[in-house]
Write a new protein. Structure first.
Length: 95
């Protein structure tokens, strides 16, 4: 299992997390509370944590799946953000 993460500045990171978790809850198991969201994809997980103006996104899955899922998550986050441009850069986690 490989882990990658992104730290994203947003006007409303809690809203982004809620919208994306609710969107994916129609297809995948999702856990969602006030500060954390977790989506269980067939190939791994995507975890969201937020505070103030920061959204942390953490993908954990097989290394061969990471590039595709990074793109999928980034595209969905941008869609959920509407007209707010997001700078999404993935980095390998040391965990």
């Amino acid at each position: 299992m490989s882990i990658t993460q992104a730290f994203i500045i947003s006007r409303d990171p809690a809203r982004l997390m809620r919208r994306l978790c609710k969107h994916w809850s129609h297809k995948f198991p999702v856990e969602l509370d006030e500060h954390r969201g977790l989506v269980r994809f067939p190939t791994g997980t995507c975890e969201f944590l937020h505070e103030a103006q920061l959204l942390q996104v953490r993908l954990a899955m097989a290394a061969e799946e990471l590039p595709r899922m990074q793109q999928v998550v980034a595209e969905h986050l941008q869609r959920m953000a509407g007209d707010e441009p997001l700078a999404i850069q993935w980095c390998e986690s040391l965990e």
